[in-house]
Design a protein around this ligand. Structure first.
Ligand code: HEC
Ligand code: HEC
Length: 291
């Protein structure tokens, strides 16, 4: 019967579709983005960080990098960097959000929590393969050019973010590279961090069990190449990190530095990932001043 009256049929079909739309797309606004989702520590971007964010979009970094740590244990372990999974309240100042859907590279939602110095970021962006040899990330050395700040203030006003004159003055003489690095170092840092416990582990043995380098040389070199060479140089000569060849530090001191790291200066902790035996082998290798 009904199908013989197209006008009524269209109206009824429209009503049915709108009921579905209301339930799935409009009604949820009643219970998402409520006050309980707000996270007080989350701060808006500074003008420099916002410029970095705009460059991130201009360069399409989001085509290879997502910015959301899912609730899965593996995701939290790999990309959480101590900040756990992403919460909705963290994205209130992201316009638009950059969650992304592809992970050719690692998730960057909490990259700011990784102990990576500005020098590391610069080297990596200029030539990713110089720090991660197998990386397929392209070079962004061309970001070493002056930042265009014509619209910086207007952007802040439009987004309704607080800023001071000092923030704007801070943009003077900055390069696009500086802005990108400032953005990278902000990501994820608003959330309070649970430090991994194992990073504070002390060695079981207090003396180095591997005094004879010959016995562990091959293995130590392989570990060094994989974990240390990107920052300390192929020949331990020092690049981003200090020169290590023939270190005058005691075995115990070296052990402590390698296992706990010096995070503030960009030396990551390896206590968790390498374990005691491998760290002692590295200590033996580092102290050697030949080759
Ligand atoms: C073709 C895909 C691709 C593009 C485009 C890309 N990256 Fe990457 N990125 C990767 C891969 C793969 C890695 C992992 C290897 C490495 O560290 O280089 C990576 C690693 C990184 C890391 C280090 C992550 C970590 O946890 O150590 C940062 C930071 C980064 N990229 C930032 C950027 C920025 C900023 C841009 C845009 C200017 C960008 N990437 C564009 C693929 C890409
Ligand atoms: C991401 C870069 C990076 C990686 C990877 C890295 N380091 Fe470092 N390392 C640094 C930086 C930067 C310093 C300087 C810290 C400072 O001056 O306070 C440093 C300092 C050190 C020191 C102290 C040197 C001294 O004489 O003061 C030792 C020892 C050391 N690293 C060993 C290692 C070993 C062994 C590995 C591999 C398991 C490694 N590092 C991997 C960046 C790195």
């Amino acid at each position: 019967m009904l199908e013989k009256n197209p006008v009524i049929f269209i109206i009824l079909a429209f009503v049915v579709i709108m009921i579905g739309t209301t339930i799935t797309m409009i009604a949820p606004f009643k219970w998402i983005n409520s006050d309980s989702d707000k996270i007080a520590e989350v701060k808006p971007y500074t003008p420099l960080q916002q410029e970095g964010r705009d460059l991130y979009m201009r360069e399409g970094c989001n085509n290879c990098h997502s910015q959301t740590v899912r609730t899965l244990a593996a995701d939290v372990e790999r990309y959480g960097n101590g900040g756990g999974f992403s919460k909705s309240g963290e994205f209130v100042y992201d316009r638009p959000h950059l969650w992304g859907s592809r992970r050719m590279g690692p998730d960057l939602a909490r990259i700011g929590l990784k102990p990576l110095t500005p020098a590391w970021h610069k080297k990596h962006l200029e030539n990713p393969q110089s720090v991660v040899p197998a990386s397929n990330m392209p070079s962004y050395a061309f970001l070493n050019k002056p930042l265009d700040t014509t619209y910086s203030e207007r952007k802040m006003k439009l987004l309704n973010f607080p800023y001071t004159k000092a923030d704007l003055d801070d943009l003077k003489g900055k390069s696009e590279m500086d802005a990108m690095i400032a953005y990278m170092r902000k990501l994820g840092t608003d959330i309070s961090v649970k430090k991994a416990e194992a990073a504070t582990q002390t060695p079981v043995a207090s003396t180095n069990p591997f005094t004879d380098l010959k016995a562990v040389e091959e293995e130590a070199k392989t570990i060094y190449k994989q974990a240390c060479a990107s920052c300390h140089g192929e020949k331990r000569e020092g690049t981003l990190g200090s020169a290590l060849k023939g270190s005058a530090k005691s075995d115990a001191e070296l052990y402590k530095i390698i296992s706990k790291g010096i995070e503030a200066n960009g030396m990551p902790p390896f206590g968790n990932s390498l374990g005691e035996q491998k760290i002692w082998k590295l200590v033996t290798y580092i102290k050697l001043d030949t080759k």
